[in-house]
Design a protein around this ligand. Sequence first.
Ligand code: GTP
Ligand code: MG
Length: 427
Amino acid sequence: MQDLTQQPRARQRALCIGVSPAEPDLSELRELLRTAGVASVGELVQRRDQPDPDRYFGRGKLDELKRAVKDADANLVACDDELLPRQERNLEEALGVPVIDRTAIILDIFADHAHSAEGKLQVELAQLEYNLARMRGLWTHLERLGAGRMDGGIGTRGPGETQIETDRRLARDRIAALRRRLKHTKATRSTMRAERERAGLPTVALAGYTNAGKSTLLNALTGAEVSVRDRLFHTLDPTTRSFEINGRTYLLTDTVGFIRKLPHALVDAFSATLEEALGADLIVHVADASVAEEELHDMLTAVDDVLAETGAGERPRLLALNKVDLLDEERRRELSFRFPQAVQVSATTADGLNELREAVEARFLASLRPMELLVPYDEGTSLSELHDVAGELEREDTAEGVRVRARVPVAVAQRFERFQSGNGSLA
Ligand SMILES: Nc1nc2c(ncn2[C@@H]2O[C@H](COP(=O)(O)OP(=O)(O)OP(=O)(O)O)[C@@H](O)[C@H]2O)c(=O)[nH]1
Ligand SMILES: [Mg+2]
């Protein structure tokens, strides 16, 4: 029992299944399993409009699946969709091996990759909500949290009705407690944001599909050393670093990656962090341009959907097509026809980074308010503050004070209005 929980995944051999009206593609599911440390030993797909409501596959296909599990010597079946509890139960009964769905795998990866206290709370909340619908694995979950062992023993018998009621109540209590704690961390974060806003620094958020190269790009632009890996959902916690473009400081935030069919519980659990990051002045949507056309389209759409869902759909946005070092000239030309507004970059070779910086800066300059100010000499603090928010200043020392021409972010312009001389327009 003990050693099973020590290295449970090493011996897991999964057969992948999927249903889709078009030809189902299970490569992403295999990638998710690889990230979770589970081997894929085969696959079986069915083309149909909707999965069967009771068994996911149709009856005839189910026999084929049974044989496939046996032939591949699989001890696990992994489904590309989130399963209804009923579908999962029926499949397990028919197959005699555990069945996990896409959501469970993603939650598992998130649980593994969460490092910050907040990230851990968010993942735990998402897991509890997923489990609450199934009441499966909840015991081990609460046990691990030290929530106390109930008489009757874990795994010695199936939970009876009252047991399930107790489980549900425990889960709901825990969910409520987690929500309260998350609310608290959210409050701390908004204080931090208020401080940043006072500083008046423009903010840029990197958003995009998992593995698109967001962290690599953050590192390339800011000289940070955020961990980068060829696995899915490597980054869960937003990291913010500052960098400069032509003397002006910007704050750049890396965010959690998105994926098709992102579990709802996770979107909810992460919505506070996401909202915060995506409230940036500019969202740079980073995409992996080295994938096939259709996949690129799907990934762009998946990210657009999550952005819209988290209320960031209307923020100013810039598309960065990353990994162009993997493309030939012809493909790059094709992409520039298809996405004329996008910047093509390679975070690893630094190709296109200057264009990206220019594009980011251009967005800000367009939103700045030109001001002509006269700052008295005893207002040194205001002057250095102005330096921070406006970058390079045109300044001239006069008898009355420093005469300054600057382009100031609208959000903080009001603070400098009292120094305004003339009508504020630049010649
Ligand atoms: N060839 C090439 N590889 C890149 C480029 N940018 C990133 N990669 C690779 O792509 C993989 C994923 O990079 P990350 O920066 O971790 O991606 P991410 O978007 O932060 O991923 P998550 O945090 O998992 O959402 C790594 O193996 C990187 O080395 C690029 O411009 N060219
Ligand atoms: Mg990352």
